[in-house]
Design a protein around this ligand. Structure first.
Ligand SMILES: *Cc1c(COP(=O)(O)O)cnc(C)c1O
Length: 440
């Protein structure tokens, strides 16, 4: 079993609370997040509703920067937009001084719309279309991370035709197992991401000679939800060796993009140690004389969001208890997709103290995979009781769909002890508003 499926199994409700300083159980108001009673949000806006905490996002960013400072690391943070691309979230990181890492033309447009300077945007991804590359060049993005020789040639052609020069970094596949779930590992040989180390020197030299591109450095990103520094240590050692080898061959290497993947604790276990991560970077890169970039997504927003849901009913079948929520896999697909573990906290202080028994927590969607938790110890949850599915700020709303004709939930941002509606609940009619029927 890997870190994803295993995480949290032994964590009690009290353990989950103790590990999350932004949450408090108030005797009257019930579960509060960043000092706002979640009941008040559900009363005002219904469920299912995403709730994000601006304070928690800023605190994560500050903790990362403090760890970098303490380890003498000077690195630019490029927030990985795909983790949570809401404009209100992008605003927070722009105001904190972060750039963005984007993986599509849509994310590029979002980041620009949120006011992030093009020069502070890195464009990553294994299959950028000619249109996306053209748009990125027209905008003047700071860096394009190239994942194949074919793509390098494509960028060269497009940029030359536009009379511009694209700053490119070559994404190296360091062939390091990140020790994470197979569906979120990206840096081992045989997966689709990046270039084999052996191919990098030749391609770097070719990039130097091609028109329309200027090689500026090396990029890597080995996977997501990484909880130990060992894979980073191994990968960064190879990246540093590559920088040194390229320079020995006469190339100029100004940038080392270290990627993201910093893992968080979904149960009561700690996430990746920031100080150990920062020290790993320092060991690998001190004296190298490169501009360092990091691209965290999940770490910055994962624990800063939750999915608020109501119990539709409790069903007992052949000795098993099912808690059926009004949220489903179309809202939060991580448990179905990655067997991911999410803490589930009742909102009511009464529920919190009541006797616990195992339950499967499921959604109403017509798929067996529509299950948030199996055999989870929870109190009796009567119809109308509310729960918070924790740590849903990353890869939550961004991965949601309309399956079973379910409209998108509302989203709330808590800021300064008040809550703000940042996405209204979608009208049912909006589901088909763009659809055209055949005539007759
Ligand atoms: C997804 C992704 C990230 C962010 O990953 P997290 O695990 O959310 O930190 C960073 N860089 C690239 C290239 C990515 O594809």
């Amino acid at each position: 079993m890997d870190a994803m499926t295993n995480t949290g199994d032994a964590a009690s409700l009290a353990d989950l609370m103790a590990a999350r300083h932004a949450f408090k159980m108030h005797a009257q108001d019930g579960l509060c997040f960043e000092d706002v009673p979640l009941h008040a949000i559900a009363d005002a806006h219904g469920t299912p509703t995403w709730v994000y905490g601006a304070g928690s996002m800023a605190a994560q960013y500050s903790a990362l920067m403090a760890a970098f400072r303490a380890a003498n690391v000077s690195a630019h943070v490029h927030y990985a937009v795909k983790a949570n691309d809401h404009l209100a979230v992008l605003d927070i990181f722009r105001q904190l001084g972060a750039g963005a890492d984007v993986v599509s033309g849509g994310e590029l447009a979002r980041a620009r719309h949120a006011g992030i300077a093009a020069a502070d945007i890195v464009f990553s991804g294994v299959g950028k279309s000619a249109t996306e590359i053209g748009t990125a060049l027209a905008e003047g993005v700071g860096q394009i991370n190239v994942e194949s020789a074919e793509e390098l040639v494509m960028i060269s052609g497009i940029a030359s035709a536009m009379g511009t020069v694209a700053p490119v970094a070559l994404r190296m596949n360091p062939d390091v197992d990140a020790g994470t779930h197979e569906k979120i590992t990206t840096g081992v040989a045989g997966n689709k991401f990046g270039l084999a180390q052996a191919d990098i020197p030749g391609l770097y030299a070719r990039a130097r000679l091609l028109p329309g591109v200027r090689p500026v450095g090396i990029a890597l990103h080995i996977g997501s939800q990484i909880l130990s520094t060992a894979p980073y240590r191994a990968a960064y050692a190879k990246a540093t060796a590559m920088v040194i080898a390229l320079r020995a061959a006469g190339e100029s290497v100004a940038v080392l993009d270290l990627g993201g993947g910093l893992g968080i604790g979904y149960g009561d276990e700690p996430g990746l140690s920031l100080s150990a991560f920062a020290q790993t970077i320092n060991h690998a890169t001190s004296g190298l004389g490169v501009k360092l970039l990091v691209e965290p997504g999940r770490y910055l927003v994962g624990a800063a969001g939750l999915l608020l849901a109501s119990v539709i009913l409790q069903k007992h079948d052949q000795g098993k208890r099912f808690v059926v929520l009004d949220a489903a896999m179309n809202d939060l697909i991580r448990p179905a997709l990655y067997e991911a573990w999410h803490g589930i906290m009742p909102l009511s202080p009464v529920d919190y103290r009541a006797g616990l028994s195992p339950a499967d927590v499921v959604g109403p969607v017509c798929e067996s995979a529509d299950r948030f938790a199996a055999d989870r110890l929870l109190p009796a949850l009567v119809p109308g009781a509310r729960v918070a599915i924790l740590d849903a700020g990353a890869y939550g709303a961004v991965m949601s769909s309309h399956y079973n004709a379910r409209p998108r939930g509302a989203a709330i941002m808590i800021s300064g002890g008040r809550f703000h509606l940042i996405t209204p609940r979608q009208d049912i009619a909006a589901l088909w508003a763009d659809e055209q029927r055949l005539p007759g």
